[in-house]
Every structure is written in structure tokens, then in C-alpha cells.
Design a binder for this molecule. Sequence first.
Ligand code: XMP
Length: 542
Amino acid sequence: MTELPTSAAAQAETPVEPAAATEQRPVLVVDFGAQYAQLIARRVREAGVYSEIVPHTASASDIAAKNPVGIILSGGPSSVYEEGAPALDTGVFDLGVPTLGICYGFQVMAQALGGEVAHTGLREYGATDAAVTGDGGVLLGGQPVEQNVWMSHGDQVAKAPEGFAVLASTGATPVAAFGSDERRFYGVQWHPEVKHSDYGQNVIENFLHKAAGLPADWNSGNVIAEQVERIRAQIGSGRVISALSGGVDSAVSTALVHEAVGDQLTAIFVDHGLLRKGEREQVENDYVASTGVRLVTIDAREQFLSALEGVSDPEQKRKIIGREFIRSFEAAERELVAEAAADGEPIRFLVQGTLYPDVVESGGGTGTANIKSHHNVGGLPEDLQFELVEPLRTLFKDEVRAIGRELGLPEAIVARQPFPGPGLGIRIVGEVTADRLEILRDADAIAREELTKAGLDGEIWQCPVVLLADVRSVGVQGDGRTYGHPIVLRPVSSEDAMTADWTRLPYDVLSKISNRITNEVREVNRVVLDVTSKPPGTIEWE
Ligand code: XMP
């Protein structure tokens, strides 16, 4: 293999900005340090306009260099009065770019433009009645006068800047929105990006399409065309490999690269035996049929089972599974690299399904706000010596799914709920054996089938099915006593898996699942429902 930088080093050396997925100029969302910026960026894209997130520490010239067609200042956790409150280079307001301030961003804007922000002690949290003032201007024009908005603030704008009209008020906040059609600057105290604000998306769309005059022309179709071009430019005539896990991100990134460079790509799929029923076939048959990708499957089932023999401790299991995965992947990679070198075409590139939230949470490539680092997102070895190809780096999960559909991938893969890398290995509480895997696979398949049949897939984030392999309880089946294992159903609702609540599934669906599992799966005589939120329980049992 040629001497190339390691993947981590390669990441560090790549340009700091995530490569724009589009030649279109972006709407920039300035992040004041809360969770809101990502949601705003998603809403902008839902309106058909490309958006990117920048930290509030970006200077006016950094921002100007990105050629923005609109700027949105996000909410944030601070008060503008606090010492060290996140500030903005006020030169941003001299760029002549249409700007919308939201919550904290609204107050930052008011202060910078000569208005007044007051610490009145009056707070508004959650659903609040707002009244549109006058004709509502470009931002709120045409909307109902009375509307429900979602607030979360302590300070408030006491006086709008000179030349700005007050566009809305609430009981506690006389200046709840303002705007200047002449300067194309607007602000709202509430959060239009959350679904609880009745006309929230309408506010964002009015700003984008009417105030900033931007067309709704950004969609998954043009992302594919642009990415294909980029990938071709990066890879040229080189060869590339990709680790396919069966999950959405690796499936879509692999399909995009295949669309761009065809048989220069080889996908590697490690069957570690901890997959659910039908998953290997889904990849080997349906995925390959829909993409035409060249696939190498590594059958590592025996290898994983023997490495897991006698191990019950969850952390130890995870470590073993991670280690064996790397071993199998590296063995496949060495073989392919040797084969390719014999043809005189070394493999230089590795595909990764890194998503935009991973990039943003790793500091957005800007060196700030490093919440967590996502190197080797697919759990691949750190010292793999490849240049990374990351075609999803600017995309959110729902956009990735849309692209997958556009590329013709099977719905069963595109709509897949999250499934952990260590697979069923961490859903068997106790030692992992071939027999136990068989029991769990059968029970899991029934639960999934019934949930899908009941049309509940969209309502649940995921539903781990867990086998308590070291627990037995007494039952009666037919006329005989049984001494079988319990199966736990763990349906959860969540936005991001950081917190979750248990999903209130209809009783008749639960009953159907329980009946079928206890009738059809030997060894299982009891089905129980996990009614714990996260925290305190995690989603997976191990
Ligand atoms: P927990 O159990 O921590 O899970 O509440 C949160 C989310 O992460 C998934 N998960 C994993 N995904 N490798 C993964 O790729 C892992 O080791 C792993 N452990 C948990 C879990 O399914 C849930 O979506």
C-alpha cells in the first residue's frame, strides 16, 4: 500500500469547512450554542433552500467569504447581559444580506441595531398567545392575527431599533417580532423552527422566499447530481472500498459512490452472525440488485461466536465484537488491496457515511464547540490508510433517506430504524450462543413484522427485542409445565436517542406480538414490556 496519511490525519488535513453539497450559495445559520441551530438548518432545507451552520465566533469576513444569500441568528441558552454571553461580529449587519433573528438572535440583533433589550423578570416558556400587529409586514403578512407560538425566554426586546416596525406582541412581550422591509432584517422572539409554533414554518418560508427572494430549488435530485460530480473529481480512475453494515448511512453513501464510479468500488459486508433475520439477504440480494454494486461478503459467524464463548459481561462483549469486526474488515481489505495492486491499481479511497450532525457536533470543522468527535464513524480501525470519501457530510438523516429512495434503494433499508453495531450480541442478556441467537432472531422477526403490519414503524424510534437468556420462569403450554425464557419488548420514541420515552403501543398489537412469540418460538413462555424512559434506562439493555 502506498504511504498515505492515516484517516484521522487525513481528516485533520482536509479543508476545515464541510464541502458544500451544492454550488448554490447557502443560507447561514449562526449557532449561539444551543440545540436549535440544527433544527433551523433542517427547516430551511425543508423549504427547499440549502443551509449551513456557522459558529457565532465566525467573523463578518468569514461569513462574507461563504457568499450567504440569507443569515439566520439562532436562539441560545444565554442572556445578552451575562458575562461571556455569546456575541456576534456586528459587521455581519453591514453585509447587506437579509437576516432573521430568532429568540436570543432576535435580542442580539435588537441590541446591535440600536434597539433596547430589557431584563424585566417576566418570563415566557412554552405555548404562548401572540397577536400580529398591523399588517404583519413581509414576515407575518397573511397569517391569522391570533396565533400560538412557542417561547423560551427571560429577557425581552423593550424597544425595536429605529426604522423597524413591531410585527407582533404577546401579553408579556410588547415587541415579540419586528422587521424592516427596506433593510430586509427581521426578528421573532419565539421559536418558529419548533412544530409547536402554529405558523413557524410559514415564518421561515416568508423570510426565505419573500424577504430574501430565494427560490425553493434545493432537493435530493440536485444533491445526487452534484455529489456524483464531486466524487468523480476526487476519485478519478482510482479504486475505492466501502464497509456496508446494512444501515441507512453506509447503504446510501455506498450507492452514491457506486453511481459515480461504478465498478471502481467494492463494498465489504461482514456477517458477524449477530444480524437480525433477513438482513444479510437484504444486503446480498435486494441491495445488490437495486444498485449493481460489487459486494464481498465475509462470513465471520464462527469467528465471532467462538470469540464470544463464555462471555456475559456487556462491556467485554462490545470490545470483543469491535475487535473481531476490525480483524475481519482488515483481512478483507488486505486481500482486496493485494488483488488490486497486482492489477497495478492500488486502493486509495474509503467511503464513510458521516452525516452533517456528526460534522457539526465535532465542531463543524471550525475548531469550536467540540461536543464529541466522530472519527471512524463506522467503527473502522483508526490507522486504515485511506483518503476518506464522505458524500453525506452536509446532509441530515431525513435527506439521506430521500436520496436513498431517489437512488432506488429498497424501502426496507432506507426506512430502517437504528440498529446497534454490536447487533443482537447486546440484546442477549447472558452468554451469546448460536441457539440463543436463533431464539432471539425468531422473536425479533415476529415483533418487527407485527409492528410494520400495524403501521407503527413511523411512530417508534426503534424497538429492541431482548432475550433474558439467564432468566427462566415457569409457564404452562398445552397441558404441560414449561420453564422458558422471557423476551422483553423495548419500543421507544425519541428525537435523537439521547433521551427517550417508552412508546404507548396499542394493547391489541402488544397482545398479538406476545401470542405469536409464545406460540411460535420454542423456549419463550413469557413476553414483557419495558416501560422505562431514558434516562434512567438506556435504550439497549446492555
Ligand atoms: P443507548 O442504549 O445508549 O442507545 O440508549 C442509544 C442509541 O445508540 C444505539 N447503540 C449503538 N449503536 N454501536 C452503535 O452503532 C453501539 O455500540 C451502540 N450501542 C447503542 C442504540 O441502538 C440506540 O439507537
